[in-house]
Design a binder for this molecule. Structure first.
Ligand code: ARG
Length: 232
């Protein structure tokens, strides 16, 4: 229609949980953030268009299982357990567990989580980190569907500490200077984590996206996006 030059790119369906600033969050009805910019750059490099929906965390994984989604981009940590059910790109971001807590609570290290009321986003590595310290079925852990609900619980004093990812905790602290939030990590208790783009098992996109991700890492595009979201 527009002449022979028009190239129809395949549109990939992407799921996310967009309450996880600065990686993905809603702004004027659009999913935005570091992950969005990175995914757009990588997809463009690989010759695809992406349609990103705020599916929610569990629905994202369900959509990958049923292959209704082509990929998930949600600050997803590459874990041994997830690798059994999903394929991941190469790591694109290093993270670790961070404890966010109110001024009046005394937490200096992971062990201090014991006996505290804890909030986590359900099914995330924050939950797994908290469980490592206080036990898997601890009644002290409240699990929230989204990261936003976890932070609301912290702000409203329904929990004394939230266990989440470092950059997200720091962003929340920065954006809510009057909330009286402190943050602490514990490198002895918690291992470094790496985020990957997540695909259905056996997806043919993995190799193409890895190649494109390498290009974006090499050609300065990644650095540009990083600077936009992490350097003030
Ligand atoms: N990195 C953590 C995990 O994979 C938390 C990710 C939560 N992401 C989100 N968009 N809410 O378990």
């Amino acid at each position: 229609k527009d002449g022979a030059k028009t190239e129809e790119k395949k549109v990939l369906n992407v799921g996310t949980e967009a309450t996880f600033a600065p990686f993905e969050f809603m702004d004027k009805g659009e999913v935005t953030g570091f992950d969005v910019d990175l995914l757009n750059a990588v997809a463009e490099e690989a010759g695809y268009e992406v349609k990103i929906d705020n599916t929610g965390w569990d629905a994202m994984f369900a959509g990958l299982q049923s292959k209704q989604l082509d990929l998930g981009m949600a600050g997803v940590t590459i874990t041994d357990e997830r690798v059994e059910s999903y394929d991941f790109s190469h790591p694109y971001f290093e993270s670790k567990t961070m404890i966010a807590f109110k001024d009046k609570v005394d937490i200096k290290k992971a062990e201090d989580l014991k006996g505290k009321k804890l909030g986590v986003q359900n099914g995330t590595t924050g939950q797994f980190s908290a469980e490592k310290v206080v036990g898997k079925n601890s009644p002290d852990i409240s699990k929230y569907e989204t990261a936003a609900l976890m932070f609301q619980a912290l702000q409203g004093d329904n929990v004394e500490a939230a266990v989440t990812d470092i950059a997200v905790a720091l962003e929340y602290q920065k954006k809510n200077p009057d909330a009286g939030i402190q943050t602490v990590s514990d490198d002895k208790a918690f291992e470094p984590e790496y985020y990957g783009i997540v695909f259905p098992k056996g997806s043919e996109l993995v190799d193409e996206f890895n190649t494109a991700l390498n290009t974006v890492l090499d050609n300065g595009k990644y650095a540009e996006i990083y600077k936009k979201w992490f350097d003030e």
